[in-house]
Design a protein. Structure first.
Length: 349
């Protein structure tokens, strides 16, 4: 039952699915049981090899559109959802997450209140070593206009690990016309930080963001060190998708009259911080069998031109790593590995 204060507007929810049979029913049921009923649920089965497709086919709700594709990854699956979305608003949800029953209704009421282009809510963490407290970006409901958004972008680039508004794309209402009109899609060439790039891509066309401090989405945490962002691949650059993704923040700040010098300092600092984080996570997986691939990986990374270009802008706070970027700049892969390994032991054990 939709709130009488709301004029029904269709909301499209896009759920990419890959081998999610354990969690999928909980996700789908949380969507179909929403108190806001003007929904379109697009489920993209991304080449699952388990019983995910069988589970999807048990549902007969006419609001569901199920699409099967070969396995291409979450970005390609979300893009298929974008192409088929007909709702006025669009929300992404991962197949192992779920929504509170009044989530869409409360997001839509918040959106109506201020006519925001992007409406975001706090979320609860659950699963592997999840924090007990909800993740709340602003303690109170907050409206951000162009000036406040620019200020937040600058804060994010200064301390990207402490400002998470642009780090994830799920559990938030995008105005779909903005995405469709400007052909905003996820970058399928990125294996990490694709959400960051998508958010900054859409941010170019967003005039306001409304943040709802109530946690309405439940995010399943997985072991950090087993994630795709910490696994070795054939291309050492693929793990560092933020270098590509953050270029859109540079363009955004230029449009909002931030000086070239300040942009270079902010962007270089953010890239350095993310690189340190990724290297620490990577070296936490150090073992006799992984040592040589990691060594080669870091050796190649130290030769990348963007490392030298950006690390000079690093602005660490007391207690933040100074040694790791210095060792990488000096092309000392063995010492870089050791420094990252001991930092990882301290952080993750």
């Amino acid at each position: 039952m939709t709130d009488k204060n709301l004029t029904p507007k269709l909301v499209t929810i896009v759920v990419p699915v890959y081998n999610a049979e354990i969690y999928l029913k909980n996700c789908i049921n949380s969507i179909l049981s929403q108190t806001y009923t003007e929904l379109e649920l697009i489920i993209i089965n991304d080449g699952s090899t388990d019983h995910s497709l069988d589970i999807i086919q048990t549902y007969s709700d006419p609001r569901i559109t199920a699409i099967s594709s070969k396995n291409q990854g979450v970005s390609a699956a979300r893009n298929i959802g974008i192409e088929h979305a007909t709702g006025e608003f669009l929300l992404f949800l991962d197949a192992d997450d779920y929504l509170e029953s009044e989530a869409i209704q409360k997001l839509m009421l918040a959106q109506k209140k201020v006519n925001s282009d992007l409406t975001v809510c706090a979320f609860n963490n659950f699963g592997h070593n999840a924090k007990k407290k909800p993740t709340v970006i602003f303690e109170n409901n907050t409206l951000l206009g162009a000036q406040e958004i620019t200020h937040y972008v600058k804060n994010y680039l200064n301390k990207p690990n402490r400002h998470s508004l642009f780090v994830y794309s799920w559990g938030r209402l995008f105005r779909n016309s903005i995405i469709q009109k400007n052909s905003c899609f996820f970058d399928t060439t990125l294996s990490s930080y694709e959400d960051v790039k998508f958010n900054f891509q859409t941010l170019h066309h967003i005039e306001s963001i409304y943040y709802l401090s109530e946690p309405l989405c439940h995010y399943r945490a997985h072991p950090m060190l087993s994630s795709a962002t910490t696994k070795l691949t054939g291309d050492p650059h693929s793990m560092f998708g933020y270098v590509n993704a953050l270029q859109f923040s540079k363009t955004y700040l230029k449009r909002h009259e931030v000086t070239k010098n300040e942009i270079e300092n902010l962007l270089g600092n953010a890239i350095t911080i993310y690189t340190i984080i990724q290297l620490i996570r990577l070296c936490a997986n150090l073992s006799p069998s992984s040592f040589l691939p990691i060594y080669r990986y870091i050796k190649q990374l130290s030769k990348r031109e963007w490392v030298g270009d950006n690390f000079s802008h690093y602005n660490p706070d007391p207690g933040e790593s100074v040694l790791i970027p210095q060792l990488l700049l000096k092309k000392l892969p063995l010492l870089t590995i050791l420094a990252c390994y001991f930092k990882a032991r301290k952080r993750y054990t």
